[in-house]
Write a protein that binds this ligand. Structure first.
Ligand SMILES: *[C@@H]1O[C@H](CO)[C@@H](O)[C@H](O)[C@H]1NC(C)=O
Ligand SMILES: *[C@@H]1O[C@H](CO)[C@@H](O)[C@H](O)[C@H]1NC(C)=O
Ligand SMILES: *[C@@H]1O[C@H](CO)[C@@H](O)[C@H](O)[C@H]1NC(C)=O
Length: 464
């Protein structure tokens, strides 16, 4: 009996040790430096970690820990390793992807960063991490009058959340101005101007956490595109036609009371400081036939400036946008085919276009990109440097015989850092280019034949 209980005990102990615990790793962080940028409505966090392996087994991955609420607002996590010393220092990108760990305390979520080469015992490496959070600034008060500045809360931990022991660490929080209402004191913590400094803190064990709240003024336009649909249509007859449908919202503090245009116009900079009057869309150079319209009709107040590198379209909604207000509009333009469509092999082509939202400094909750391939295209495949949801559709337009393949890409939580090139490859038989003219020609021929027949009948009737 005693032996049985003893072996059960041994079994349980083995079970406990056997579970890959999220904190039992032999890594430790010698130095952690974090910079949290709260200067716009998109939160960017730069983290430098100097890591040492203290165990015999070589380490191949490093875990980054996030509280569950923060994880849900992560738009992007990028990691790089510094190679070389001092002046010859450069960065090599590393793969970072979400991962699950058993017995994660308090619902902690993780990203795993794969190292270029295993880290042997006693060796150190330095990682540079950037992660971006959206919708992480909470307006407080929730409603403001036209003449009020916008104040927001940011919540985080004074101590970097990590499954590893951190020997030394410090955090700098950057606010847009000196107007900081309050911040949680975790000694040592101090403010100088628009910078809050937390730490240095020494010797914190795994999963140490010390909640902080920073309450500060942020009048940056909280421009969020709730939905954006971009349709990119390739016509082998010389142009790529782009149509973008926007549902835009100001997600800052809600506007309270009536909107006074007189006050708005007479006190620029003093009234409606967190509202926005216009947005800037950065489009490719050599755009043509640009239009911009909303539910009411064409808006001609938009301005277009082009140079050899880019075109800038100033989008000016009919009214300035205050917190809680929305605007729906559409922009369309054409770009030369030769700038974006390339031949990779005989009969194989690819579109190289930009992902993301062309409007500067915005977050897109839900982005859908539809690439409409020419009729007769086959075997489409997509290359994009992050995960997106992919599907295929068919579209029929004027003169189409068998319809066009549409490659549909969907992504949530898109930030300016996602504004990078992506490619859609497809196979194409040039004979299909003749399909449309042939259709046209045969239609004309049929019409011609019909009219000849009709005239002939007509004539023959008259002869009688
Ligand atoms: C989990 O959360 C509780 C309450 O917030 C806290 O007291 C505790 O220390 C946390 N545990 C860990 C391991 O972080
Ligand atoms: C709006 O502009 C487009 C392109 O310039 C034009 O084709 C269209 O007819 C215009 N619509 C209205 C309602 O003015
Ligand atoms: C796509 O275009 C970008 C510039 O717009 C260029 O840097 C990149 O090399 C192109 N990619 C391919 C695969 O052609």
């Amino acid at each position: 009996m005693a032996a049985a209980i003893f072996s059960l005990f041994i079994f349980l102990v083995a079970l406990l040790i056997g579970t890959s615990s999220a904190s039992s790793s032999g890594l430790q962080i010698l130095q952690a430096e974090r910079q949290i940028e709260l200067t716009s409505h998109i939160v960017r966090v730069y983290l430098t970690l100097k890591i040492e392996n203290t165990e015999d087994a070589p380490a191949t991955e490093v875990l980054l820990a996030f509280p569950p609420t923060q994880f849900d607002h992560l738009a992007l996590v990028k990691a790089a390793v510094t190679v070389g010393k001092k002046r010859k220092k450069s960065y090599a990108p590393l793969e970072a992807k979400p991962t699950e760990q058993r017995d994660a305390p308090n619902g902690t979520k993780y990203y795993s960063v794969s190292l270029l080469k295993p880290l042997a015992k006693g060796e150190t490496t330095t990682l540079e991490i950037l992660y971006i959070l959206t919708q992480s600034l909470e307006p407080f008060p929730k409603e403001i009058a036209q003449s009020d500045p916008q104040l927001v809360y940011y919540r985080d931990s004074a101590i970097v959340l990590s499954p590893y022991h951190i020997a030394h660490q410090a955090t700098v929080v950057k606010t847009p101005s000196n107007n900081v209402e309050s911040f949680t004191q975790v000694d040592p913590a101090q403010r100088s101007g628009s910078e809050l400094r937390y730490g240095p803190y020494e010797g914190h064990g795994p999963y140490s956490y010390s909640p902080i709240i920073v309450h500060f003024e942020n009048n940056h336009p909280f421009a969020v595109v709730e939905e954006l649909e971009r349709e990119i249509e390739i016509s082998h007859w010389g142009s790529v036609q782009v149509t973008e449908r926007y549902k835009l919202a100001h997600t800052g503090a809600k506007h309270k009371g009536a909107f006074s245009r007189v006050e708005y116009q007479s006190r620029p900079g003093g009234s409606g400081v967190s509202s926005f009057k216009h947005l800037l869309a950065v489009l490719p150079p050599r755009v043509h036939s640009v239009y911009y319209r909303d539910e009411i009709g064409n808006i001609s107040t938009s301005r277009l400036r082009t140079n050899s590198k880019k075109s800038e379209l100033l989008i000016e909604p009919r009214y300035p946008l205050f917190g809680g207000w929305k605007a729906t509009f559409l922009i369309g333009y054409g770009v030369p085919l030769k700038d974006f469509l390339f031949e990779s092999a005989p009969g194989a082509r690819y579109l190289n276009y930009t992902f993301g939202c062309p409007i500067a400094d915005t977050v897109v909750d839900k982005l859908t990109i539809k690439v409409v391939l020419p009729e007769g295209s086959k075997d489409p495949s997509v290359e994009v440097p992050f995960t997106v949801k992919q599907s295929l559709e068919k579209k029929y337009s004027y003169l189409d015989v068998i319809g066009r393949t549409v490659v549909v890409l969907e992504k949530r939580n898109v930030v300016p850092e996602h504004h990078v090139p992506f490619q859609v490859h497809y196979k194409f038989n040039p004979l299909f280019m003749l399909a449309e003219p042939l259709m046209l020609a045969s239609t004309f021929f049929l019409l011609f034949a019909a009219s000849v027949a009709y005239l002939h009948i007509d004539l023959s009737i008259r002869k009688k």
